[in-house]
Design a protein around this ligand. Sequence first.
Ligand code: COA
Length: 419
Amino acid sequence: MKALEGIKILDFTHVQSGPTCTQLLAWFGADVIKVERPGVGDATRKQLVDVPGADSLYFTMLNHNKRSIELNSKNETGKEVLERLIKTCDVLVENFAPGALDRMGFTWERIQELNPRMIMASIKGFGPGKYEDCKVYENVAQCAGGSASTTGFVDGIPVVTGAQIGDSGTGLHLALGITTALLQREKTGRGQKVMAAMQDGVLNLCRVKLRDQQRLDAGPLTEYSQFGEGIPFGEATPRAGNDSGGGQPGRILKCKGWETDPNAYTYFITQAAIWEKICDVIGEPDWKTKEGYATPPERLDKLNEIFERVEKWTMTKTKFEVMDVCNPFDIPVGPILSMKEIAEDQGLRDTGTIVEVDHPERGAYLSVGCPIKLSDSPVEVVRSPLLGEHTDEILTSVLGYDDSDLERIKASGAVGEAK
Ligand code: COA
């Protein structure tokens, strides 16, 4: 038994944001039926192709545990099939450009008419307002959600992050909205609209930066490195480089091998509570009591010097040795792991966070498994579907069409041939 067993999802999502949401729901046990344009499918199937003729990793890694039906939702018979899907499913998830579903004839009012228990979940770039009609991609959301203006170094341009906080981040937000709406439906019997805007999702993840924006009214942000360096603050939350967000000074420091390995670095936090242990570890026991070093406020204008000294020590160790030495003292450090190291990490494989999946077109590939572990709802990662792989199966066993219906539907051009 899986947590969401019995829940049917009409998955009208594409690219990254929506598919990450429905993939999570599939991992939790929902039956996710991905509706794709006949002969074309989700555009990511053919984006960043590494194995000619096979679905891309971009697609496979976002669409595990789903079934695929080819269906032209602009064709009259296709609309009839879609109506039956809406009547049958519990949740419709979509991340089309604003207005696309309405143009197909499936407004929220129409969907409610067809199925009052339907939960309709959407991802859009922006919420209601002057940008609501915009098409939005990951980096646009990162910029509009406040992430880019607060990422990078104080003397550099805004920087986007590799973590897909706009797409996958909003997918996560939407999944929470859907499961919450499902719970509420248990009590009310009614569906509802669930909406997650990418700008809102990014801003939610940048919450501490809006905190700092307001703190600026009370004076400079003393925990930012620029304070200790005497660089004046402007009107807005500045870019904080690799400072740690919680008020404890932190930096990324070189470790043994940095000259040739671009990831031979560690994160190192000089947390006030364990300052004395840090002094012992790096070989500066005098700093424990020395004037100008003993307390956090005194150290603020010496952070560059202090971190240079810590780095002199970290450079004598590999990033893993730094961890081995520091962990027993509760000194917070973290190795900068490359994707290669993560891919090879046996511990992550043992927990199912990194999984090897077999695929008929491309052979075995690595993917990130379900990052959320439920003790009573184990996840088995199943390869992504080929385009239209389950068309016949869904039309018959889910929607109850018989052979003659199937013939009629196929003759209308509403679906592609099942593969
Ligand atoms: N059968 C027939 N038509 C279909 C179909 C199907 N099964 N599935 C989709 N379509 C049509 C849509 O109805 C739409 O047609 P219309 O423009 O005539 O109304 C068309 O395909 C394209 O949809 P659209 O969403 O506009 O795709 P796009 O490639 O132009 O834009 C995005 C892509 C991601 C920018 C846009 O979908 C978007 O802004 N989405 C919301 C924000 C988002 O999720 N962004 C992040 C994506 S990772």
